[in-house]
Design a protein around this ligand. Structure first.
Ligand SMILES: Cc1ncc(COP(=O)(O)O)c(C=O)c1O
Length: 402
């Protein structure tokens, strides 16, 4: 049997993960310092506490949690999630999902017919681009600046696309500690965006993996919270939150808040495809929240990461040539670098690998045909402080030479 001939059309053209390929291509270089991946630091996983909770949950509630569970998610967890969010939410506005990737898939699956348009930020999270592509959406990107999405460009793009008869289904945005952009959307812009989206009937999918990983500065309310608190008449925003960078990506725990009708459709997809999220991990997460561990844990993670961000910013200041610019995030795990226009980070990637340092070329974070090649992403959550200094020094020397 040659399965290759039988693959569906979308499977035939499906791309492999460019980031995984890039990371794999440098895996065997001895002494390589990598700023390429997006992994959280294993030191931030609450291992002992989780071990205790998994043990307790399975031994005391095993008959229930080892059984099939509700496809909308564990009601105990949903109750705790609503308390954690701290504002008025009905359980029917929440769906537990298998990572945010699944929330993004269920949301997109519920709305997109082939050829419908999804607006994304330029740059944006590659994992979501892959989902949108697989579901045959047309993807149109809108630039971001230091305050997040450029609303003027958004307005003109929406006008242009609608005038051309395009069906824009939603805008996908990462307002907090953008991956890969490192920037956060200002509060003023959050308000303006919701008012605009409400006026224009434009749904917004807010992806929020990093909002609670703020190391300094003032906490900003999510778009979803701003909508709930300041725009009571509208339901345009949905927000997905993952525990991947908080508890452990391997638990695959996340949830999405949305309009009730949307939740019900997304739940139907979840029921058909996944049956239910992992019932054991859901109850463990519920216990973690109910026993009050989250606040202290988040403080620990922020305190843990801050020196790594500070070190990266300091090393960049010391070693980068004057023509190079970078974002200065107050949280999250990435920052974004812009090189002079004439430089191409796809090419520099290979030269950097020869100097034993790696990053992800920025072009991977744009829809096909809309790339900017003079950009790159740096991760600061995985290397040691010494490696950050040495790796940025190597990269700075290479860029100076170029
Ligand atoms: C912006 C963004 N969205 C979604 C995800 C995926 O999260 P999950 O592990 O919950 O699927 C990530 C993970 O890196 C991310 O950075």
């Amino acid at each position: 049997m040659n399965y290759g001939q039988s693959f569906s059309n979308v499977t035939k053209v499906m791309k492999s993960s460019l980031i995984r390929e890039l990371v794999a291509s440098t895996k065997n270089i001895p002494g390589l310092i990598s700023f390429a991946g997006g992994f959280p630091a294993p030191a931030t996983f609450p291992k002992e506490l989780l071990a205790k909770l998994y043990q307790e949950v399975v031994s005391t509630q095993g008959s229930e949690v080892l059984q099939y569970g509700a496809s909308s998610g564990d009601s105990q967890l949903i109750k705790e999630l609503i308390k954690w969010e701290g504002f008025d939410l009905d359980p029917s506005e929440v769906l537990v999902t298998i990572g945010s990737t699944n929330a993004i898939y269920n949301y997109t699956r519920s709305l997109i017919n082939p050829g419908d348009v999804i607006l994304v930020e330029a740059p944006t999270f590659l994992g979501s681009l892959v989902v949108f592509d697989a579901l045959q959406a047309e993807i149109q990107s809108i630039p971001i600046d230091n305050d997040g999405l450029d609303l003027n460009q958004l307005e003109s793009t929406v006008k242009k696309l609608r005038a051309a008869g395009k069906n824009i289904k939603f805008l996908y945005t990462i307002p907090d500690f953008h991956n890969p952009g490192g920037v956060s959307m200002s509060l003023q812009r959050r308000r303006e965006l919701i008012a605009y989206a409400d006026r224009e009937n434009l749904a917004i999918l807010e992806d929020n993996p990093y909002g609670r990983l703020r190391f300094e500065g003032e906490h900003l309310p999510t778009l979803y919270r701003v909508m709930k608190e300041e725009f009571p008449g509208t339901n345009v925003v949905s927000e997905t939150v993952t525990f991947s960078k908080i508890l452990g990506a391997g638990m695959r725990m996340a949830f999405i808040k949305s309009d009730k009708e949307m939740i019900s459709k997304m739940e139907s997809w979840q029921q058909k495809i996944n049956v239910t999220p992992d019932c054991v991990s859901q109850r463990v997460t519920a216990r973690f929240l109910a026993e009050g561990h989250m606040e202290g844990h988040l403080k620990m993670i922020s305190a843990y990461y801050k020196p790594f961000l500070d070190q990266m910013l300091k090393s960049l200041e010391t070693h980068m040539p004057a023509e190079v610019k970078w974002t200065k995030p107050q949280g999250g795990i990435f920052l974004w670098m812009e090189l002079p226009e004439r430089m191409n980070a796809d090419e520099i990637f290979h030269q950097a690998a020869a100097k034993k340092v790696s990053f992800i070329p920025g072009s991977k974070f744009y829809p096909e045909g809309q790339e900017k090649f003079n950009t790159l992403r740096l991760n600061f959550s995985y290397s040691s402080l010494e490696q950050i200094e040495e790796g940025i020094k190597r990269l700075g020397e290479l860029l100076k030479a170029l």
